[in-house]
Write a protein that binds this ligand. Structure first.
Ligand SMILES: Nc1ncnc2c1ncn2[C@@H]1O[C@H](COP(=O)(O)OP(=O)(O)OP(=O)(O)O)[C@@H](O)[C@H]1O
Ligand SMILES: [Mg+2]
Length: 276
């Protein structure tokens, strides 16, 4: 299984002169589920693209399983780190759902039953079974995004990086993404997902990293990052803790209460009030 490390990673987009990553130090151990959050333009996508070699550091290093990513080819990195793009239209290119999902694992040398099994499993995880012959452009944007996820899942890489996987998804789509993440994690693989959905983040990941202007400003468990002590830092990058964190804090239930515990507490309070 694969550990990811960034050390003093800097990325400057030369044309724009933008310092999108400004000294990132980070260790993600194999099997972690990590959410990466931060306002628009804080550098999340730029960081994700370094992890699979689509971008190369202006300075500093990225290490994949202890090996400097600069010494690995894009193909070697692709076998370790699967990246699902923010915009599926930049990723999906094949003429059918089946061809799209087969492309990655075929490139990694999979064939026969192994290939068929990986394809079937990832299509089912994304609710796309039966759509093998459909042209991706007939799926609609939200299911095309799930197709992009399926095509990366099918590669069964030790690390999966998801750039805003729930954007544009209805609750069922969000549930599929959540289940896919849980499934990857249950196999000891690593997930790093970028998200703007704080509730999804609080409920799905074991660790949350907050970026502001290309730097990490918070890194901890959801209860630490969404706890009252971190609210000022969160707001400095225009993020609001999830509503449940604010209610949980008021009720003394911590910053990551479950819906069930909040409801139980509130109904308990109502019962008390009725008695009084
Ligand atoms: N290809 C590019 N050329 C020049 N500048 C870029 C490019 N891509 C991103 N940037 C700039 O780099 C900074 C970080 O952008 P990035 O896309 O990594 O942010 P992000 O956190 O993913 O934002 P969003 O939430 O909007 O997706 C921003 O200032 C952005 O304008
Ligand atoms: Mg982005």
């Amino acid at each position: 299984m694969t550990e990811l490390r960034a050390s003093d990673l800097v990325h400057v987009y030369p044309a724009a002169g933008v310092r999108a990553l400004d000294g990132i130090d980070l260790l993600i151990e194999a099997g972690e589920t990590v959410a990466l959050i931060g306002q628009n333009g804080s550098g999340k996508t730029t960081l994700a693209r370094h992890l699979n070699g689509l971008l190369r550091p202006s300075s500093g290093r990225v290490l994949v399983d202890g090996r400097d990513a600069a010494e690995l080819t894009v193909a070697q990195l692709a076998a370790q780190v699967g990246l699902v793009f923010q915009d599926p239209d930049r990723q999906v290119f094949a003429g059918s759902v089946l061809a799209e999902v087969e492309f990655g694992p075929r490139n990694l040398g999979r064939s026969g039953d192994e290939l068929r099994g990986a394809v079937r499993e990832s299509l089912a995880a994304c609710g796309l079974e039966g759509e093998e012959r459909t042209n991706p452009y007939d799926l609609g944007q939200s299911r095309r995004k799930l197709l992009a996820l399926a095509s990366v899942l099918a590669m069964r890489t030790p690390v999966v990086v998801l750039d805003e996987p729930t954007t544009g998804q209805d609750p069922r789509g969000v549930e599929r993404v959540r289940a896919a993440i849980a499934d990857i994690a249950s196999k000891g693989r690593t997930v790093l997902a970028i998200s703007h959905d704080m509730r999804f983040v609080a409920e799905t990941f074991s660790r949350v990293i907050v970026l502001r202007s290309g730097r990490i400003i918070l890194d901890g468990s959801p209860s630490e990052v969404f706890g009252a002590a971190a609210w000022d830092a969160l707001r400095s990058t225009y993020l609001e803790p999830p509503l449940s964190a604010r209610i949980g804090d008021r009720l003394g239930q911590g910053s990551t209460p479950t819906d069930a515990s909040l409801i139980a507490r509130l109904s308990g309070d109502e019962a008390q009030e009725q008695k009084a």
